[in-house]
Design a protein around this ligand. Structure first.
Ligand code: PLP
Length: 402
């Protein structure tokens, strides 16, 4: 049972079928003029229409990229470089995906100044903080739509309104929300929005950046001038066609999927919290993705839990795929104000519309057994002891993990 769909998803069969001709019969370069090339060009145009339609944009506002990471890089560096003479201040949150966070760290080395807005204990930024952080030199606000670790959804419409009032460009990473909740660029008041194909049952290595008409940015990849001169390189036609098909499928089923997934999610939250002692939900209870939950179980190691669940054929994760092979506490969970010791017992479960046969009761019982087993084996789990003091050898925040 694959329960790690925030990391990636399986390619939908219809998507694969749609892609197949573009590897053999329809292999033309879309930039060439003869029939074979024209037919690839047509496929690209149709794909652009479909992706645009899915987010209520115009086809001319869609630039295809190699995925969410590239879209984030293009949006942020593209604006930072273009507007460097106007100002060098950027505002973000302190729970962004590494594709945003590390891009900003890179810009800091180039003398850009970045304000990292804190989040509250539910993982949501405060609008007041945003307003206070705006300066004359602010050129960009980049704040993610839905968080990939805890599933919390930010007030993007409101942030966008403030950005507009202050004449600041606004980018959001909508990789996790797209296909799960309504993503409408008009309603969200955004100028730039990142999408990735492999999180919505499309192929890996393809994504898009929505660039609102009139917004200019500096390209990162120079060459033959494809994608309106913004992203050179012969297009990944098969991937783009597959991505567009995946967009079409998730858009058509958005409401029914959202209902189905949030019902399972709510049942999972209710049953985990009522069955397992000292268990908590990370992130806001209401403002969250329909397909993602993140729990915290005191006094256990998340990694050990993942392995026990894997032994029972449940594939889950402790947080984001990008940070799970480091021993550092998740920066997203610590941003919630959690004690670094508690953060280590976290479990993320993320569903896809294609998750079938998932029995919540069976799963909760397996998790419950695994957590009990880990706590029994752990000298740290003793109802009478302050396990945190034990875990850190009496020196809070000083142990190997903290
Ligand atoms: C997965 C993810 C990305 C990166 O997308 P890729 O297509 O893997 O590069 C960016 N942002 C968020 C929120 C993600 O979940």
């Amino acid at each position: 049972m694959y329960l790690d769909n925030s990391a990636t998803t399986q390619v939908n069969e219809e998507v694969l079928k749609e892609m197949e001709p573009f590897f053999r019969e329809e292999f033309g370069n879309p930039s060439t003029l003869y029939g074979l090339g024209r037919s690839s060009k047509n496929a690209l145009n149709q794909a652009r229409e479909k992706v645009a339609h899915a987010i209520n944009a115009d086809a001319g506002e869609i630039i295809f990229t190699s995925g969410g990471s590239e879209s984030d890089n293009l949006a942020i560096k593209g604006i930072a470089f273009k507007l460097r003479n106007k100002g060098k201040h950027i505002i973000t949150s302190n729970i962004e995906h590494p594709a945003v966070k590390n891009t900003l760290h890179f810009l800091e080395k180039l003398d850009y100044e970045v304000s990292y807005l804190p989040v509250d204990e539910n993982g949501i930024i405060k609008i007041e903080d945003l307003k206070e952080s705006i300066k004359d030199e602010t050129i960009l606000i980049t704040i993610m739509h839905g968080n990939n670790e805890i599933g919390t959804i930010q007030p993007i419409e409101e942030i966008g309104k403030i950005a507009r009032e202050n004449n600041i460009i606004f980018h959001t990473d909508a990789v996790q929300t797209f296909g799960k909740i309504d993503v409408d660029v008009e309603k969200l008041n955004v100028d730039l929005l990142s999408l990735s194909s492999h999180k919505i049952n499309g192929p890996k290595g393809v994504g898009a950046l929505y660039i609102k008409k009139g917004i200019r940015l500096e390209p990162l990849i120079h060459g033959g001038g494809q994608e309106n001169g913004i992203r050179s390189g012969t297009e990944n036609v098969a991937g783009i066609v597959g991505f567009a098909k995946a967009c079409e499928i998730v858009s058509q089923n958005l409401d029914s999927n959202s209902k189905k997934l949030s019902a399972i999610r709510d049942e999972l939250i209710e049953k985990i919290l009522s069955t397992i002692p000292e268990s908590y939900l990370n992130g806001d209870r209401e403002k969250r993705l329909p397909n993602l939950v993140n729990f915290r179980f005191n006094a256990i190691e998340g990694e050990s839990l993942i392995l026990l669940l894997d032994a029972k054929d449940y594939q889950t994760s402790t947080g984001s795929a990008c940070s799970s092979n480091t021993l550092e506490a998740s920066p997203v969970l610590t941003a919630l104000g959690l004690d670094p010791v508690d953060v280590h017992g976290s479990l993320r479960i993320s569903l896809s519309p294609e998750t079938d046969d998932f029995n919540v009761d069976d799963f909760v019982s397996v998790v419950s057994d695994a957590v009990s087993r880990l706590r029994e084996m752990s000298p740290l789990w003793n109802q009478d002891t302050d396990y945190k003091a034990v875990m850190c050898n009496g020196k809070r925040n000083r142990c190997r993990r903290c």
